[in-house]
Design a protein. Structure first.
Length: 144
């Protein structure tokens, strides 16, 4: 089974927070797949956490370095015109934020291209409901 991680799940690989252990268990056997925009979203999330909790600056810096080291090992889906078009439709259909719609479209693109099941790792309820309606598998431990 292939695991697709959106930004909310990927960040949990590098920070110890609720859900981190379950995400780590999803990717023990293989490198996860994610979209190129996850790079931007993950870096933004770490910077925001550092601004909001200055006492966690060292932890955030270590997490950022771990993300930079791990990124080349991930399977990265590029944002193509086809994925952007699908994302625009998903944003309208499911009332998703723009980058969430891109994550969903990228995951669906992967699911249509591979001959195995795709597990959609995400910690956003609305996005998970949309993913389930498209036939993506939601792992245990995610909000639905």
């Amino acid at each position: 089974m292939l695991t697709y991680l959106d930004s909310s799940a990927l960040v949990k690989l590098f920070l110890d927070e609720e859900g981190s252990e379950v995400v780590r268990s999803w990717v023990e056997q293989q490198a996860p797949t994610t979209c190129r925009i996850t790079w931007v979203e993950a870096r933004s999330a770490l910077a925001r956490r550092e601004r909001d909790w200055p006492h966690a600056a060292r932890v955030c810096e270590e997490a950022r370095h771990a993300l930079v080291r791990r990124w080349p090992q991930l399977r990265v889906v590029e944002l193509t015109p086809e994925i952007a078009d699908a994302a625009a439709g998903f944003a309208e259909l499911y009332a998703l934020r723009a980058y969430d719609a891109v994550q969903l479209a990228a995951a669906q693109d992967v699911a249509l291209a591979v001959e195995e099941r795709v597990r959609f790792g995400c910690f956003d309820r609305r996005l998970n409901r949309a993913a389930r309606s498209l036939g993506l598998e939601l792992p245990q431990g995610v909000p639905t």
